[in-house]
Design a protein around this ligand. Sequence first.
Ligand SMILES: [Zn+2]
Length: 96
Amino acid sequence: MRYSLCSYCDCQWKIDRLSCSVCGSKEQGALHYFSGEGEDACRIDLCDTCHHYIKTIDYRSLEESDPSLEDLATLHLDVLAAQKGYRRAVPNPWTA
Ligand SMILES: [Zn+2]
């Protein structure tokens, strides 16, 4: 079970691990993810079908950290995803 945080509306929703939560693609070859070194709590899920990405923060790995701060602290992952040609699925309050 995995939850995603929407940095725009601050809501959370359950993600189906086996499909893109943006376009619903179930093409396993089109779904990738990466995370920063030593940043297992946060990962970027990429979809080659719609070229969107979603940042996923694993709350189990966080103790007192605020998810919004965690998002801000991992902005370099957004930069990396953007360099790869992917767009964030939801607007980011800090970069929009
Ligand atoms: Zn997609």
